[in-house]
Every structure is written in structure tokens, then in C-alpha cells.
Design a protein around this ligand. Structure first.
Ligand code: DHB
Length: 385
């Protein structure tokens, strides 16, 4: 089989890339190890920043997002005894949208623009540093297949084979804590997200819809979700989120999903080797605080689709030549922001750290310059930043 762009991975990065390329008249085939149902049901992040919404809308993928998503003006930051709202719209003119990655994935599948081969095994990338790269894999009926392309896009996350095909330098930071995340069938107890600092550890009240809440607790690495019965989770959330503070109440409800998420910062450079280009989690991982992972993947493929369209349609290799540097500029900005939000909000067990965190939180919530810095990074980076 032959195509112009062979895409490894049918998550949001791979499917959006296929969609954007198709709009530029470029053919692609996506190969994916998982089943369509598995990819569609993974629970992931839920916040789209301004430029992601703009891009999805311009790409014709915004209909359900605008009908069913919820626009938020900002977030709450709090610590015991105080809660402050940061209004991103007032501060930067930009908002964010609550719309789950699962929903973005459904919209991409429904658009039907990507040709996807699901449930492949043994995917291998070949000759990526030559003018004739190709993939080999075994399809779900056990037949060996070969996909020749002009370019390969590695959108297969941190566990996929693509990133290993790039001779690269790695930058990494691990954190001494994880998140316990729950989904609950209960109306959110807040209109906008609450990021809470607490001596017991960080807590976040997010949401997916008017009837589904998503909440997180900082827990030690290696935590077994089995050690957290539902009542213990709700009690701890109530403590950290300030149930009773100024009359605010956290309403508990049936928990439908419970999982522990590791926290890691990771950047692999460069994001290109010959005719292989990496996008999304294949090249970088951010800790979840600040919800940058999906937004970074969207920004990568926006740049990559433009670069590949210029190269394959207009014979202009310039944007492809600068893709890695262009993408990494934003990747490092978001890597810094995610690290900063994480270290500002999570309990480290050190008293000096705790005082610095509280001082930082007071500054961010009382100084317009401080607030605008957070708002600009949370809601406001341009795709080409
Ligand atoms: C969500 C996750 C985040 O990491 C965050 O900062 C905000 C929201 C979420 O899953 O809803």
C-alpha cells in the first residue's frame, strides 16, 4: 500500500493530523494497535484552550463542541480560608472550554476523514532517514502489510515505536506524587474549575458536563486505588476543597471510574529525524496540572499539517525544516507552565516550600501582572507561539 503520509497512532493527534492533511488535499493512512472502541473510551483531559477551540472550529470540527461544550471564563485558585477567581477573559480576552478528549476523539471519528487500520501489531518504522520511508505491521487477520509513504508522522504516544526511531536527547522530571482521579455521576459543585492548595495535598474539582464531575486528589506514588473507598475519597475532597468554607458545599455522588495517574515532565528533542516527524505525547509528556497535554498535541499537528502541506503540495520544505524548533518553542513554554502549576500547588512535605507556594498563590491572585501571567499561559497561547 502507498500513501503520502503514514501516521502511527489514531488518538487525537493522529486523527486530527489526517483530517487537516485531507483538507489540504494530502492522503494519509493511520495505523493503530488498539481497537476503535478502546481508543474512543479512554478517559483523558477535559479542557480545551482558546487556540485549540479556534483550530477545531476552523477545521469543521466545532459543531458539537459549541453545542455541548461549556465555555469557562477562568478558574478558582484556593487555599484554606481563601478562594479567588481568575477571569481569563478580563485578563487576556480568551476563554477555555470544558470538552473532554473523549468527545474530541468521537468528533474526529465521526468526521470520517481518516483512513484507519485498527488492531495492528508489530509496527516497525523503516528507512526514516531516506527519501523512501515505510512502515511494516501485521493486520488483525494476521497478514503482514507494508505501507510506503513520503513522510511518516509518529503520533503514537510515549509507549509507541516512533519516538525510538529518532536519535534524540531526553529531558525528564519525575514528581514524588501522583493523582487519584475519579469520575462521578453528580452535578459539579462549582461553576468553574477549582485548583486547591492544602497541607494534605492538592485537589482539583473539574467536570465533564452538567451531570458529570471529574475530581482529583494528590496521593503518594504507588497508591493503590483499592485503598481509597468512595467515602474516603469524598471526605478527603471535602477537606481539601474547603467544604463549609464561606457556605460552599461539595456534593458527593456515585463514582463511576477511579484511577491513579503518574506525573512526569518529559521532552525529547529533536521532533524530527529525516522523514519522520513526532507530534503529541510521542515527543513530550506534561504533568496534568494545567491541562496542557491535549492542547499541545493539537498545536503540534496544526504546525505539522501546515509544514507537510507546504512541502508536499508547494515544494516548500522551509516549514518542515523548522517544524521541530517551532513546535519545541511552545512545548517548552507549556512544559514550564505545567511544572510551575504542579510545584505551586502540590504538598512536598517541606515547610519552606509550603510558605513559598502560599506566597506565590497570594501574588498570582492579588497582582494583575501575576494573574495575567497565569491566564495567558492557561488560556492564551497562539498555535505558532
Ligand atoms: C482536568 C485535568 C487537568 O489536569 C486540569 O488541569 C484541569 C482539568 C480534567 O481532566 O478535567
Amino acid at each position: 500500500m502507498r500513501t503520502e503520509v503514514a501516521i502511527v497512532g489514531a488518538g487525537p493527534a493522529g486523527l486530527l493530523l489526517a483530517h487537516l492533511l485531507a483538507r489540504g488535499g494530502i492522503s494519509s493512512v493511520v495505523v493503530e494497535t488498539r481497537s476503535q472502541d478502546y481508543v474512543a473510551s479512554r478517559i483523558r483531559a477535559g479542557i480545551l484552550e482558546h487556540s485549540s477551540v479556534e483550530l477545531l472550529t476552523e477545521a469543521g470540527l466545532g459543531e458539537r463542541l459549541h453545542a455541548e461544550g461549556h465555555e469557562h471564563r477562568g478558574v478558582y485558585l484556593q487555599w484554606p480560608g481563601e478562594r479567588h477567581h481568575l477571569d481569563f477573559v478580563d485578563l487576556t480576552g480568551r476563554s477555555v472550554w470544558v470538552y473532554g478528549q473523549t468527545e474530541v476523539q468521537k468528533d474526529l471519528v465521526a468526521a470520517g476523514t481518516a483512513e484507519v487500520v485498527y488492531e495492528v501489531t508489530d509496527t516497525v518504522l523503516h528507512d526514516v532517514a531516506t527519501d523512501a520511508p515505510y512502515l511494516t505491521y501485521t493486520d488483525k487477520s494476521g497478514r503482514s502489510a507494508r505501507l510506503d509513504a513520503q513522510v511518516i508522522a509518529g503520533c503514537d504516544g510515549s509507549f509507541g515505536p516512533s519516538r525510538h526511531a529518532v536519535p534524540a536527547h531526553h529531558y525528564e522530571r519525575t514528581y514524588p506524587y501522583s493523582w487519584l482521579g475519579i469520575l462521578a455521576d453528580v452535578a459539579p459543585s462549582t461553576d468553574e474549575l477549582i485548583y486547591a492548595w492544602h497541607p494534605n495535598g492538592f485537589a482539583l474539582h473539574s467536570m465533564r458536563s452538567p451531570t458529570v464531575s471529574r475530581l482529583y486528589l494528590q496521593v503518594p506514588n504507588g497508591t493503590d486505588p483499592g485503598d481509597w473507598p468512595d467515602q474516603r475519597i469524598w471526605d478527603e475532597l471535602a477537606t481539601r476543597l474547603g467544604h463549609g468554607q464561606d457556605g460552599w458545599k461539595l456534593t458527593p455522588g456515585p463514582i463511576t471510574d477511579k484511577s491513579v495517574l503518574p506525573m512526569r515532565s518529559y521532552v525529547q528533542t529533536p521532533m524530527r529525524h529525516g522523514r519522520l516527524f513526532l507530534a503529541g505525547d510521542a515527543a513530550h509528556i506534561v504533568p496534568p496540572t494545567g491541562a496542557k497535554g491535549l492542547n499541545l498535541a493539537i498545536a503540534d499537528v496544526a504546525l505539522l499539517s501546515r509544514a507537510l502541506t507546504a512541502w508536499l503540495r508547494e515544494n516548500n520544505a522551509g516549514p518542515a525544516g523548522s517544524y521541530s524548533d517551532d513546535a519545541l518553542r511552545r512545548v517548552w513554554r507549556c512544559t514550564h507552565f505545567s511544572w510551575w502549576m504542579t510545584t505551586m500547588l502540590h504538598a512536598s512535605g517541606d515547610e519552606f516550600d509550603a510558605q513559598l507556594q502560599l506566597s506565590q498563590l497570594r501574588w498570582v491572585t492579588s497582582s494583575e501582572a501575576g494573574a495575567r501571567g497565569l491566564a495567558e499561559n492557561y488560556a492564551g497561547l497562539d498555535i505558532g507561539f
